[in-house]
Design a protein around this ligand. Sequence first.
Ligand code: FPP
Length: 240
Amino acid sequence: MKNKFPFLPKHIAIIMDGNGRWAKKRGLERTEGHKVGAEVFRKICQYASDLGIEYMTFYAFSTENWKRSATEVEKIMDLLRAYLGEMQEREEENEDAGYNIHFIGSREGMPEDITTLMDIVEARSSDKNKIHINIAVNYGGRAEIVKSVKDIAKRLQSGEISVEDITEEMLSENLYTAGQPDPDLIIRPSGEQRLSNFLIWQAAYAEFYYDDVMWPDYTGEDLDRAIEAYLKRNRRFGGV
Ligand code: FPP
């Protein structure tokens, strides 16, 4: 599948939206939409990896999503737990697909068994480099910027750095995505056209692509369409 496109965005970020509406339309519980959504997440990871995309970031659970019903939150946590368990087993069987998995977001308030699994999966996949997959869990863009500012403030307070040393790069290096390229393309399916506190710092020069497909129906062809649209755009980064 490599060389399907003349060049590729290095980093694609996706807001996996529309699970609830997809389920409701079929007379199913919202959680059924998340279940199918988690399967689609797996398929799109594989598809992006086969295409040769280097970085993918998926918005799985925001800091605001705790406001949903306990049943729905629990179901999403269960899906994450199942995925993490699977990734751990795959590694043991040495069948890992070369995914370098990284969780972005706060571990605070998350179930402890999940954060333990996150640490294990991250550590075990850290030397893989076929594709970097960021999964945003308990993530909020503003909270991420505040975290970065606090980390810098501590260094300032200890005298390690001075005010003049503070740069955009320093702020970036204290985000969860430190060391990674900013997203080139941000995709939101389901007809919504908002960023919803997702990668707000990193999105400064990203191209946006909106789609009417609900996430549980999302396929590789939909990703192809977004990439084709991206390739037609003229990114000037503030220049002419
Ligand atoms: C947004 O759709 C989706 C979510 C808040 C949850 C996404 C979570 C998953 C796909 C499962 C995560 C699991 C893994 C393994 C990464 P919505 O519920 O807001 O849809 P709606 O706007 O139609 O209500």
